[in-house]
Ligand binder design. Structure first.
Ligand code: NAD
Length: 252
């Protein structure tokens, strides 16, 4: 029960790493407050948590890249529990294209889907986090720190690089209020978004060479365990850090 009775907001609980974190956090005693843009998947995660004896509430169609919807998510946590301990900004939406194929609309949508979504939720949660401290966990990426040959990650690199940088500044501004802020930068993880690419050998072989542990791709739970640590009191002296959970990719 490493998160016993902690109120943990997690965005994007409908699949992948957000779903894995929601289930793990709830199993560790957290009161999960989730959201997703996909109502059916979001509801399925909540149902699974409840049927395992955990606690969760969620907004089935909530997109925190819109400020009012980020506010609704924070309001749900406050109305249900009266306080917030953890804000895990996991969800993101991205367009992949090289510069010549990247329209301004695709670029702007990626900035909104990767940066605004984090800013809006942090901004709405901040006054509540300030009252008793808390842990912000933002999802960065290997792409925020290095280029991949086979991934046209122009906008994604800017977005996730921005998330990692924003997290350092949040740590600075939150320190005196007991607010910790850290980012997790996953490497290649098998989720709904990446499975078709991983299963394509032409795409996967150059990526596999960057995975030190015998080419093993990450699983969502590999990331969720890092988030669990950062959410818990075990990480009470940890802030302003970026955690590479990437099978050695950025060390290669
Ligand atoms: N999969 C990877 O290899 C990888 C690597 C590095 C970083 N990441 C990052 O990890 C995070 C999770 O990715 P994943 O692979 O688990 O994705 P996923 O597609 O499996 O799941 C993301 C979930 O978030 C929801 N979502 C998307 N945009 C949303 C929005 N605007 N508002 C609310 N919900 C939204 C989706 O409906 C989905 O349920 C993202 O920030 C992603 O950029 C992924």
């Amino acid at each position: 029960m490493r998160l016993n009775q902690k109120v943990a907001i997690i965005t994007g609980i409908g699949s992948g790493m957000g779903q894995a974190a929601a289930k793990l956090f709830a199993a560790e005693g957290a009161l999960v407050v989730g959201c997703d843009i996909d109502r059916a998947r979001c509801d399925a995660t909540v149902k699974e948590i409840l049927s395992s004896g955990g606690q969760a509430v969620a907004l089935g169609t909530c997109d925190p890249s819109e400020p009012e919807q980020a506010q609704q998510l924070i309001d749900l946590a406050m109305d249900t529990h009266g306080f917030i301990d953890v804000l895990y900004n996991n969800a993101a939406a991205v367009h992949f294209a090289p510069i010549e194929a990247m329209s301004h609309a695709m670029w702007a949508a990626t900035m909104k889907g990767e940066l605004d979504i984090v800013f809006n939720a942090c901004k709405a949660a901040w006054p509540h986090l300030k009252t008793r401290g808390g842990s912000i966990i933002n999802c960065g990426s290997v792409s925020g720190k290095m280029a991949y040959e086979v991934l046209p990650a122009l906008a994604h690199a800017a977005g996730k690089g921005g998330v990692i940088a924003m997290t350092r500044q949040l740590a600075m501004e939150g320190g005196s209020h007991g607010i910790r802020a850290n980012s997790i930068s996953p490497g290649l993880v098998r989720t709904g978004a990446t499975a078709p690419l991983i299963d394509n050998p032409d795409w996967f072989m150059p990526m596999k060479r960057k995975l030190m542990l015998s080419g093993r791709v990450g699983e969502p739970i590999d990331i969720a365990y890092c988030a669990l640590y950062l959410a818990s009191d075990e990480a009470k002296w940890v802030t302003g850090a970026d955690f590479a959970i990437d099978g050695g990719t950025t060390a290669w």
